[in-house]
Design a protein around this ligand. Sequence first.
Ligand SMILES: C=C1C[C@]23C[C@H]1CC[C@H]2[C@]1(C)CCC[C@@](C)(C(=O)O)[C@H]1[C@@H]3C(=O)O
Ligand SMILES: O=C(O)CCC(=O)C(=O)O
Ligand SMILES: [Fe+2]
Length: 384
Amino acid sequence: MASSPSVLLSSPPPTAKDGSRFIDSNYLQKQSHVPANFKWPEEDAASAQEELNAPVVDLEGFFNGDVVATDNAAKLIRSSCLSHGFFQVTNHRVDADLIQLAYDHVDDFFNLPIEEKIKVQRRPGSPYGYSGAHMDRFSSNLPWKETFSFAFQNGPEKTVADYFKFTIRKDFEQTGLVYQKYSEAMHSLSLSIMELLAIGLGVDRMLYREFFEDAVSIMRTNLYPTCQEPNLSLGTGPHCDPNALTILHQDLVGGLDVFVDDKWHKVRPVLGALVINIGDVFAALSNGIYRSCLHRAAVNSHKERRSLVFFMCPRADKVVKPAEELVRKSEGGTRKFPDFTWSDLLEFTQNHYRVNETTLENFTDWFLSADRSNFKPTHFKKSQ
Ligand SMILES: C=C1C[C@]23C[C@H]1CC[C@H]2[C@]1(C)CCC[C@@](C)(C(=O)O)[C@H]1[C@@H]3C(=O)O
Ligand SMILES: O=C(O)CCC(=O)C(=O)O
Ligand SMILES: [Fe+2]
């Protein structure tokens, strides 16, 4: 699916020693015009005019074991997931100093010379590693960003810390320890949110906590450089996250937009809050009762932006299947998606399809088709 990087750029991007061309923030922010392959269709990139009054869920009472407060939090999450699958949380017990430290270390990696960054470039089929504007995978609608992603699995092994120290550079030990701690905090919060989701859906409170206990999640740092023509491009294009649950921390610059009631809305950063959204895996676990939400990241001309994203994913081989009681409760009382594993969905998103808002429907068709190699998507964007 991915074709070779286009060279429709105003001046040639940096060339690595092996002759290949790479785009990083340093290059992007110097462009006075958006290069053709970074331009997005007008209807995708047009800036949001309104702000979303996103529900803010205070988790204090839940963490203190207060039954009424827990029920209220679960209800608020339920109503937001029924309509758009998106909410913010405060009093989440993630240490503010840890969040600050995670931001302090974002540029340790992005400031490395391009040769060092491409040593840990994403490999075909893998969601982990460095990506400069996804140029290695796509040739048009390129995102105005650099990202760095790594795996997290809870347990005694400090896999994140080791990855930074042994795969990037020995002197990245400190940075690795910060992201190890940050990922652990995100994993723990995700499991708490899973309890609230279960309460809201009326299934056993521990159902999803237990299902995701051994999750192998993706942690990602994003750097969105400034863009002189911000209405022509996007930092992250319109999409629903394919994983189960995403916890996003955006800095105070702003740029996250959510598609609600047929319009793009800005999500104003709330100091200390974490932004949470449901992804396709959770939509499937709820048999479509909860929706994964369509969102994107806009860019701006005055200040570069950073975000920290934790994509909670089930262990690769776990079967994603809704509880029987939810099938009965859902529209028509029938299964909406087949049994599948995260490994199946990940393969689809990395090798056969570029994630957007119709990933889950197209994945279902691909997964059930007799001839997967001749797959042509039949579901198209609903947002325009
Ligand atoms: C399974 C995945 C696909 C993406 C990386 C992981 C988790 C979320 C997905 C992504 C971030 C959603 C937005 C579009 C995307 C292409 C991106 O802009 O980075 C997505 C990831 C990807 O395929 O690289
Ligand atoms: O950086 C952001 O604000 C959003 C990023 C996002 O949606 C993603 O990486 O999936
Ligand atoms: Fe996303």
